[in-house]
Design a protein around this ligand. Structure first.
Ligand SMILES: C[S@@+](CC[C@H](N)C(=O)[O-])C[C@H]1O[C@@H](n2cnc3c(N)ncnc32)[C@H](O)[C@@H]1O
Length: 246
């Protein structure tokens, strides 16, 4: 019965979003989404997300400096930087390499860089997290991913690259929205919204379980918590937060 209700609601939402499905069929939605819609949306939503998740982000990034090298310098690679939502949480002097697959966040990114002059921006790479061949082996003290593993082609591929570029003892920090508890209403709505959400929000999957990939990857230690971030958009409230050490 529940499956039938999910299917009915899913199709109803797909019908409501029919113009977007038609644009996608004509090959027009994805370029518009990547160039205009998603960068605009992310810039608008980042401040409100950061307000609601700021406690978790402060706690998460609070020990970043402990992973600095012997001279006190911290080299950090951020995968899927977007508009630079995390810059304000990084410690002063942190040397940052940013990567993303989408070049169109320039406006929001420039604004975040101007507001965070306590950081040293080293490089901006247009590269997927699954292939960071421009970054040398064992060259990073920390790697960060927030709200990215929901959209990548292969979580396993990204984690493999994270482990390659991290120095031994370096840390991978994550804050990701994930599939909710299957007995919850959030999970029900995730099932309903899943296909349309993915189309509208540039490939974002509501139902991933990245904690399983993290547990299977070859990190020596993982600190991971399941939390709820109080967002207006119920389907993305369930998160995992933590860090894993190489
Ligand atoms: C929801 S945004 C999050 C941006 C930022 N990390 C934040 O917390 O606001 C997802 C970001 O991941 C990027 N992305 C998607 N697939 C990617 C991939 N395979 N490798 C690297 N970045 C990717 C998108 O272009 C986008 O910038």
């Amino acid at each position: 019965m529940e499956k039938a209700v999910v299917l009915f609601l899913r199709v109803s939402i797909q019908l409501l979003a029919l113009p977007i499905y038609l644009l996608s069929f004509l090959g027009m939605w994805e370029p518009f989404c990547k160039k205009i819609f998603f960068p605009f949306l992310l810039e608008k939503l980042t401040a409100s997300y950061n307000r609601r998740a700021s406690g978790h982000k402060q706690e998460l990034f609070g020990n970043l400096q402990e992973f600095a090298g012997p001279a006190g310098e911290l080299t950090l690679l951020e995968i899927g930087t977007g508009t630079g939502a995390n810059f304000q949480f990084y410690p002063p002097g942190c040397k940052i390499t940013c990567t993303d697959t989408n070049l169109n966040f320039q406006r929001g990114l420039s604004k975040s860089m101007a507001q965070n002059q306590h950081l040293q921006f080293q490089r901006f790479l247009v590269a997927p997290g699954e292939d960071l061949n421009q970054v040398a082996d064992s060259s990073m003290d920390a790697v960060v991913c927030t709200l990215v593993l929901c959209s990548v082609q292969s979580i396993e591929g990204v984690l493999k690259e994270v482990l390659r570029v991290l120095r031994p003892g370096g840390a991978f920090y994550f804050l990701e929205h994930v599939a909710a508890d299957p007995s919850s209403w959030t999970y029900f709505w995730q099932q309903v919204f899943y296909p349309t959400w993915k189309l509208v929000f540039d490939g974002c999957c509501l139902t991933r379980e990245p904690w399983k990939n993290l547990e299977q990857a070859k990190f020596s230690e993982i600190k991971l918590r399941h939390i709820q971030v109080p967002l207006y958009w119920a389907p993305v409230q369930s998160h995992i937060v933590g860090y894993a050490i190489k």
